[in-house]
Design a binder for this molecule. Structure first.
Ligand code: APR
Length: 248
């Protein structure tokens, strides 16, 4: 029979010995903070929409109000949420052993940052940030913060629309983010993958990158993921249950 306690104990010892640890997190990391995973966020009122309709430039251009309202609802959820015991354990570890941990997240919320990992690398942007859909054409250019309130807000001069600062389907990742994440994955002696389905690339490839560079790779997820084969250890459990036992 499997002895999960002993495996956690051993992994904890590895973390304590490691000079570089990388955590790759996904939507499951924030699930216990009450932020629905991407797929869960499409339930209820939104279940009749397909993800590409709500999370793509094409979808936004087709119906800016609909997409803006969907993000406005998700932003409210993020603002109301608090970091869970998993986020807090990682934040406390970063304070205790500065320079050891790099958090790379696919999440667009700010819970890692609020928990103390101020420099977490955000591969998919920031849902609370505003950007222009197309550059403001005013001279001088206005900042998205100067837009007229609306659904979505618009530039009072040129009419440019504001959009949320997330990475939509088909878009490039924020400049430098993937490069920084790959450096962290290659440098890590230990990579812990938490709460991701491993279905979205290039983020999903980071576990394999770390493994090929010699890292020990462990996955925390109550369910199977598409990158389980990259890991030496699968820990069936949730972020808030497991991470405090490894990092606190
Ligand atoms: N603790 C750990 N893992 C959990 C928990 C939990 N409490 N709850 C759910 N999970 C796991 C699920 O089993 C699933 O494998 O989290 C994963 C969530 O998967 P997705 O919703 O696909 O999230 P993610 O992998 O982050 O998706 C990647 O897809 O649409 C994009 O930009 C969006 O960043 C997101 C990306």
């Amino acid at each position: 029979m499997r002895d999960l306690d002993a495996e956690l104990h051993e992994l904890r010892a590895r973390i304590d010995r490691a000079a570089r640890v990388c955590v790759l997190s996904g939507a499951g990391m924030s699930a216990e903070s009450g932020i629905p995973t991407f797929r869960d966020a499409l339930t209820g009122l939104w279940s009749r929409f397909d993800p590409a309709q709500l999370a793509s430039e094409e979808g936004f251009r087709a119906d800016p109000r609909l997409v803006w309202d969907w993000y406005a609802q998700r932003r409210e959820g993020v603002r109301a949420a608090q970091p869970n015991a998993g986020h807090l354990a990682l934040g406390a570890f970063a304070q205790r052993r500065p320079g050891v941990l790099t958090v790379v997240t696919q999440n667009v919320d700010d819970l890692h940052q609020r928990a103390g990992n101020a420099d977490a690398i955000r591969l998919h942007g920031d849902i609370l940030a505003d950007r222009w859909l197309q550059p403001c054409r005013c001279r001088p250019r206005r900042d998205p913060g100067e837009a007229e309130p609306g659904r979505p807000p618009r530039c009072p001069g040129c009419g440019a629309l504001v959009r949320p600062g997330v990475v939509w389907f088909g878009e490039m990742l924020p400049e430098g983010a993937m490069e920084a994440a790959e450096r962290a994955a290659r440098a890590a002696e230990l990579m812990l993958v938490v709460g991701t389905s491993g279905a979205v690339w290039p983020a999903a490839g980071l576990a394999g990158t770390a493994r090929r560079a010699g890292a020990f790779v462990a996955i925390v997820n109550p369910h199977d993921s598409e990158i389980d084969a990259s890991a030496q250890l699968l820990l069936p459990g949730t972020a808030a249950q497991i991470l405090p036992r490894l990092f606190a």
